[in-house]
Ligand binder design. Structure first.
Ligand code: MD6
Ligand code: FE
Length: 198
């Protein structure tokens, strides 16, 4: 995993928040559930050919927003280009994303330890952009029980997961409330830009 600090200026961050709000106009944020019905503590939406979701059928990529039943909006060109540039910087050439998952963390939201293994093409990296409040990001390895390193991810930071770290365990253990006023209504936005299809 590679952390690229301060990759976006404050102006670029504000533009990207507007881009996300545009995506959410077409594909509203919703609260996914675990297979057993327990709600996630983050709200999500997506852009792209497919979007990641979770419900009683489990984790998967779907072609339509579960609420509106409409196709996801396409990934804005500038967002895809940003991800391709970050991947290239981290040493992954030719990254062509087909989905962008957006996580919205309000007060007290977290994201439990998980591995992203629902993508068919695991040779492609995942590019993650942080906006708004700072979070504590826990990064591990092949074992869910650690060891871990804890990172503070701040607005404008970009993380690239690829190669040996592509399937590493990770999660968001805490949002540091009020550390940024960037997101309307408060909290943190995270974009993970991926290649889900083969
Ligand atoms: C987040 N990020 O930062 C959650 N997954 O809100 C992730 O779960 C993640 O940052 C795969 C690759 C990079 C990530
Ligand atoms: Fe993840």
């Amino acid at each position: 995993m590679k952390v690229i600090r301060d990759r976006l200026t404050r102006g670029e961050q504000a533009d990207l928040v507007q881009t996300v709000l545009g995506i959410a106009d077409e594909a509203p944020f919703y609260t996914p559930t675990m297979r057993g019905g327990a709600p996630f503590r983050v709200q999500i939406t997506s852009a792209g050919v497919v979007g990641w979701t979770s419900d009683e059928l489990g984790y998967r990529y779907v072609r339509e927003h579960p609420g509106t039943k409409r196709p996801w909006p396409s990934i804005p060109d500038r967002t895809a280009d940003l991800a391709t540039a970050a991947a290239t910087y981290a040493g992954f050439l030719g990254f062509k994303p087909d989905t962008c998952l957006v996580n919205l963390y309000r007060d007290g939201s977290k994201r439990g330890l998980h591995r992203d293994d629902d993508e068919l093409d695991k040779t492609a990296p995942i590019v993650s952009v942080s906006l708004g409040d700072t979070c504590k990001f826990r990064f591990g390895g092949a074992s869910k029980s650690g060891p871990f390193t804890d990172w503070e991810l701040r607005s404008g930071d970009i993380v690239v997961f690829g190669g040996p770290s592509r399937l590493a365990w990770h999660g968001v253990s805490k949002i540091l409330r009020g550390t940024s006023g960037l997101v309307p209504g408060g909290g943190r936005l995270n974009l993970t830009i991926r290649k889900a299809l083969a």
